[in-house]
Design a protein around this ligand. Structure first.
Ligand SMILES: Nc1ncnc2c1ncn2[C@@H]1O[C@H](COP(=O)(O)OP(=O)(O)OP(=O)(O)O)[C@@H](O)[C@H]1O
Ligand SMILES: [Mg+2]
Length: 267
């Protein structure tokens, strides 16, 4: 496993983090991954030579200075964007091979998203925002309702289910977004600075919920953060510097996995 100048950890910690119970196959496998943007014929490299394995059930914090490529990397492994080089395997699929429709359908099944600014739809209430990912599935209205109510309960917002985003506090909005990220039971949750817009108390609450998704529901989490306190919730911190993975820090051992709640959603 080669990883650009790291301490030998980022590439191969899958399954040896202490009782994560995975089958040994990493859920994320990146090899020599690269992303460049082009301005005319001028190539602007943003990520180069990224080698990384993330084990199923892992909780990784992705850190690094502004402009180092964190969001770009997160978008690649969530299937939002495409690499310009290297291998990208996530949740058992080689995303390089997918066309746009396949990628969209893969995302809808496998990934939940949490953003800094929540990205809720203003004209939908909390219930309807959380239900959105389920509209892409074959679940009946009653089955959708059951899952949305379960997700609302998880984030403790059952009483506010009829509230529109403008009628919620920032902390509550982020909890709706967390419920939306989990409602279709994806294996992977990606979060881009999920606490960036929250005060300390709400940040801690959001981080506790994200930790719950990892520890109790077995979700694999990749979280971009600038906040060292937030990063300490993760098992592993990986650091990007100018588009290269330069450092990996193990925070603590992976917790034992619990069985998933709810099961997969048919698409
Ligand atoms: N669509 C794009 N076209 C051209 N360049 C881009 C595009 N998206 C990102 N970049 C460039 O790629 C680099 C990395 O951007 P990225 O958003 O991944 O950084 P980041 O580490 O997430 O930064 P921040 O901490 O500020 O969010 C930056 O130099 C940025 O200008
Ligand atoms: Mg960013």
């Amino acid at each position: 496993m080669s990883n650009s100048g790291n301490d030998g950890n980022a590439g191969s910690n899958g399954g040896n983090g202490g009782g994560n119970g995975g089958n040994g196959e990493p859920i994320i496998r990146l090899r020599d991954l690269a992303k460049s943007y082009y301005r005319g014929s001028l190539e602007i490299p943003v990520l180069t030579g990224i080698d990384l394995d993330i084990p199923r059930g892992g909780y990784y914090a992705l850190m690094g200075p502004s402009g180092s490529g964190k969001t770009t990397l997160l978008n690649l492994l969530a299937g939002i964007d495409r690499p310009t080089g290297g291998e990208l395997e996530v949740c058992g699929y080689r995303l390089n091979d997918f066309d746009d429709n396949e990628l969209a359908s893969w995302r809808a099944t496998n990934v939940g998203f949490i953003f800094q600014n929540y990205n809720l739809i203003p004209v939908l209430n909390a219930y309807e925002n959380i239900e959105l990912p389920l509209l892409l599935t074959e679940l009946s209205r009653a089955q959708r309702r059951e899952r949305v109510l379960e997700a609302l309960q998880l984030v403790n917002l059952t009483e506010q289910m009829q509230h529109f985003p403008r009628q919620l506090s920032g902390g509550q909005e982020q909890r709706v977004a967390i419920a939306r990220a989990i409602v279709h039971d994806p294996d992977l949750i990606v979060a881009d600075e999920p606490t960036g817009a929250l005060d300390a108390k709400n940040a801690e609450e959001a981080l506790n919920l994200i930790q719950h998704l990892n520890e109790e529901l077995g979700k694999t989490i990749v979280m971009v953060t600038h906040d060292p306190k937030a990063a300490r919730h993760a098992h592993i911190q990986i650091h990007l510097e100018k588009g290269v993975l330069d450092r990996t820090v193990e925070v603590h051992e992976l917790p034992p996995r619990e069985p998933l709640l709810g099961g997969r959603v048919p698409h």
